[in-house]
Design a protein. Structure first.
Length: 452
């Protein structure tokens, strides 16, 4: 590690070219991890028909992200960004190879028994490979600050959202088709090959960085978690923003746990994968809008308004068991998500010093992600053992039929409505709050890090 005098090259055409190369490599890596993650979720639900099993898998993923987010952030701040990305790709490749070995070693009948240990070990190995990808994502967030001029960072974050949308669209389609037509074994093999391709490509990607910019508040030559909370508290309104996003992720856990089971009640697995692929065009549209127009003068306000839009969608897209209503709601939902993500990234990239951004991004990922498994672990049993059976009774249909209509998944629909109503109230309160005004002022007056 070098001292604080270590600095990146001047931002301009060359650094932007490097950013585009990193972005292309991230696309390959995200396609791979999303492909196997979606396939695991589809396969688990189709083989077990258990909302509880899929909610545990989803909640476990978010729990691991929460546990390791701060660790990943510290690694990003204390290593060169390319080294971090290579480390992430290496671990992901190793875990997928292990998953492939397990599939060859045990019959599929053993692996799909979710009451036995091998199902959870197989799922856990794949989850670890996906979780480590978040190390790369944190590094990518700081790489935007490193390589992109300050006045273009919001648009660069829009491009990141677009790339993630493309990955989501491609993998949504092919994961469903892969599980439905090929099975889980060939799906794992495809993921191994794709991960190896991404790893080799990464070795030839250059990130111009002269040493590592050291945090003066951290011990020299040691990975440290110090300085995160002071860096956040030094920006008025930043901690409330993280708290707000954390609460919203409690609601997001409901969507995470129930979105696939609800979709799979309306469509076959092959068609559901296609529906996700088509609706994920929304990610590209939303990210493209940010890349083209930016986030406006106040990304804090943009973030809150987007969350208000998400809550309105959650109140409506499952009111009737109409496939087109759910698909349209998903399309609009996916348009909004990259805008919200770009807004939060842009805020942190502007108000937090570069040498602390990895830990701040990691801390934010940890506390925000910690909320989702809480709700996912609660919602799975709640839906499986209470609301779904309740909405199948005459009493449940009489009480809620005026709002939710008739259908197989009215219990899931009721949960969508309740969670979204809570989110709407919280966003309205946040817009009227003092922390919102303080963070808006901080963003307006901050000097962007590494601006040239």
């Amino acid at each position: 590690m070098t001292d604080r005098a270590a600095t990146p090259v001047a931002q301009g055409r060359e650094t932007m070219r490097s950013f585009y190369q990193v972005l292309a490599n991230t696309l390959v890596a995200n396609v791979t991890t999303s492909y196997l993650w979606f396939a695991l979720t589809f396969w688990a639900y189709l083989e077990t028909r258990s909302v509880l099993a899929t909610s545990i898998i989803g909640g476990s993923y978010m729990l691991l992200v929460a546990v390791f987010g701060v660790v990943f952030g510290a690694l990003v701040d204390h290593m060169k960004k390319k080294a971090v990305m290579v480390l992430s790709s290496t671990v992901t490749l190793a875990t997928y190879l292990l998953a492939g070995a397990m599939f060859l070693s045990f019959s599929e009948a053993v692996l799909v028994d979710w009451g036995g240990p091998w199902f959870w070990l197989f799922a856990g190995v794949i989850l670890v490979g996906g979780v480590v990808e978040n190390l790369r994502n944190i590094a990518l967030s700081t790489t935007v600050t490193l390589l992109v001029p300050a006045d273009r960072r919001d648009r660069a974050n829009g491009l990141v959202g677009t790339v993630q949308g493309i990955a989501f669209m491609v993998t949504s389609v092919f994961s469903g088709l892969s599980v439905g037509l090929l099975g889980m074994g060939p799906t794992v093999l495809i993921a191994i090959v794709a991960t190896a391709v991404a790893f080799v490509h990464l070795l030839f990607v250059a990130i111009p960085e002269r040493g590592v910019l050291q945090d003066p508040d951290a011990p020299p030559k040691r990975i440290s978690f110090r300085g995160v909370i002071p860096a956040i508290r030094s920006v008025p309104g930043l901690m409330p923003l993280i708290v707000f996003t954390t609460f919203n992720n409690l609601i997001g856990g409901v969507f995470m746990a129930l979105m696939d089971p609800y979709g799979l009640t309306l469509f076959s697995v092959e068609i559901w994968g296609v529906v996700l692929g088509v609706t994920s065009i929304g990610f590209i549209v939303g990210g493209g809008l940010v890349a083209k127009f930016g986030l406006g003068p106040n990304p804090v306000r943009t973030l809150l308004l987007v969350n208000m839009g998400v809550s309105v969608l959650g109140l409506t897209f499952a009111l009737r068991e109409w496939w087109w209503l759910y698909a349209l709601g998903l399309l609009l939902f996916m348009c909004l998500m990259p805008i919200a993500e770009a807004a939060e990234q842009t805020i942190i990239q502007r108000v937090v010093p570069y040498e602390k951004q990895g830990r701040v991004f990691g801390f934010a990922a940890s506390v925000e992600s910690a909320a989702s498994p809480v709700s996912a672990f609660l919602i799975g049993p709640l839906a499986q053992f209470w609301l779904i059976p309740y909405m199948e009774t005459d009493a449940g249909r009489r009480r809620w039929g005026w709002l939710l209509g008739e259908g197989e998944a009215r219990g899931i629909a009721l949960l969508f409505v309740c969670a979204s109503l809570v989110m709407l109230v919280v966003v309205a309160l946040a817009l009227a709050s003092r922390p919102y005004r303080r963070l808006s002022a901080s963003y307006a007056t901050a000097t962007p890090p590494l601006s040239t």
